[in-house]
Design a protein around this ligand. Structure first.
Ligand SMILES: Cc1cc2nc3c(=O)[nH]c(=O)nc-3n(C[C@H](O)[C@H](O)[C@H](O)COP(=O)(O)OP(=O)(O)OC[C@H]3O[C@@H](n4cnc5c(N)ncnc54)[C@H](O)[C@@H]3O)c2cc1C
Length: 373
């Protein structure tokens, strides 16, 4: 049974649209220039209830399912992809605590997810594509675990207060624990100066002998690989939605400009070269939308969705970069200028060929799924 009604879903998306137009879109260009969100921005988003969109109602959230949650991020990304990605990082982490956390941990942590941001931390300096190469460890001492290590390039790193962390519990055993910013031994390190999604904080967390009890383990010892894959799957659906939002933004810029701009005495809309570009942008946008919506439908129905989620992000990330390039070419000199958002939309989309698993890793996952059929 869905936790929400069709009327509530419609109302949510209308609220998200209105709020995005009023409060989030106007900050898109300033955030890109500043490399940060403005003071008070995140608090307002929290006060408006955005952090609890997919959190079940028993924990005080709104309880919307995967399809509506993805649609909400899609609507936000039409105006500001960075803000949508901050929420994506939060939602995928909540999802793993819902799937793998003990009832006691869920009860302790999840009500706070309405006003505290969560993050999922796997990558270390040794590389993100090879989880077995990590050095962070959790060592059992009596009835507690002691966690030590350093995670880099974490979405919401420095902003979030709760972190799922992938660690080794034996030389060849990966496990995931949950740590809190308030725990002794927790600190923040370097914040990345990335070229895109510049309104999303991405940074380092340092864990120096953090002591947690066994309830802070997600799943069982050795489930780290499964939980990491699950986090990627959930994130990739949401990234497909964000990428669709970026392409909707690009398409609007391209069509608005083509209607206004003249080449000689003809508007750009009458040139076949413009038709080709606009049609390609629209097709890339629609195919990505169908892929992420299909993955979200499968997830909502309790079916496997890993391959479809990988397709949504692998296809959508290159599609949004290419659509941005076509948009830039339609605007030509203005497209190349920082006065227009086109160049930053390309930089934003480019991040998603790397984050949540590189496109190379996703293609391997998709091909393996096909070989196994
Ligand atoms: C915007 C952004 C947000 C991020 N957020 C998070 C986050 O929230 N949490 C987190 O843990 N990490 C996060 N990351 C880190 C991200 O997951 C890693 O950058 C990514 O997994 C790749 O790791 P790497 O950069 O170390 O590259 P490497 O793993 O060193 O890879 C280098 C190159 O080799 C290729 N390669 C490596 N191994 C293989 C293989 N087996 N098959 C095919 N190709 C391979 C890669 O595709 C890549 O082209 C984020 C990164 C970005 C850019």
């Amino acid at each position: 049974m869905p936790a929400t009604t069709a009327a509530a879903e419609k109302l949510l998306l209308q609220m998200v649209d209105d709020y995005t137009t009023r409060e989030i879109s106007p900050e898109d260009m300033p955030m890109d220039a500043a490399g940060d969100f403005p003071a008070g921005f995140m608090q307002k988003l929290t006060d408006t209830g955005f952090l609890g969109i997919m959190l079940p109602q028993e924990f005080g959230g709104a309880g919307f399912g995967p399809e509506v949650t993805a649609a909400a991020l899609n609507h936000i990304a039409r105006g500001n992809a960075s803000t949508a990605v901050t929420l994506e990082g939060h939602f995928k982490t909540i999802d793993q605590i819902l799937k793998f956390g003990t009832p006691a941990l869920q009860k302790q942590l999840l009500p706070s997810a309405n006003d505290r941001i969560f993050a999922f931390s796997m990558t270390e300096a040794s590389g993100g594509s090879n989880p077995m190469g990590i050095s962070s460890t959790a060592t059992r001492e009596g009835d507690h675990w002691v966690i030590t290590g350093d995670k880099i390039m974490i979405t919401n790193g420095g902003l979030a207060q709760v972190y799922c962390v992938l660690v080794k519990t034996a030389p060849k055993e990966l496990s995931v624990f949950v740590v809190d910013q308030d725990m002794p031994g927790f600190s923040f390190g370097k914040r990345e100066d990335f070229i895109g999604l510049r309104g999303t904080p991405v940074g380092e967390i340092v864990m120096d002998h953090i002591v947690v009890d066994n309830d802070h383990l997600l799943g069982k010892l050795g489930d780290g690989g499964i939980i990491g894959d699950s986090a990627h799957d959930d994130a990739r659906i949401l990234m497909g939605a964000v990428l669709t939002g970026i392409m909707e933004h690009e398409l609007k810029i391209a069509t608005d400009y083509a209607k206004e701009r003249k080449a000689g005495d003809k508007p750009l809309t009458e040139l076949q070269v413009t038709h080709r570009k606009v049609a390609d942008i629209a097709m890339r946008k629609e195919t990505t939308k169908l892929l992420y919506q299909r993955a979200a439908q499968l997830k909502a129905a309790g079916q496997p969705y890993s391959e479809e989620a990988a397709m949504a992000k692998a296809h959508g990330s290159r599609a949004a970069v290419s659509a941005g390039d076509d948009t830039l070419q339609i605007l030509a000199g203005y497209g190349y200028s920082r006065e227009y958002p086109v160049e930053h939309l390309i930089r934003d989309a480019r991040a998603m060929e790397i984050a949540e698993g590189t496109v190379e890793k996703m293609r391997s996952a998709i091909a393996t799924a096909e070989f196994n059929k």
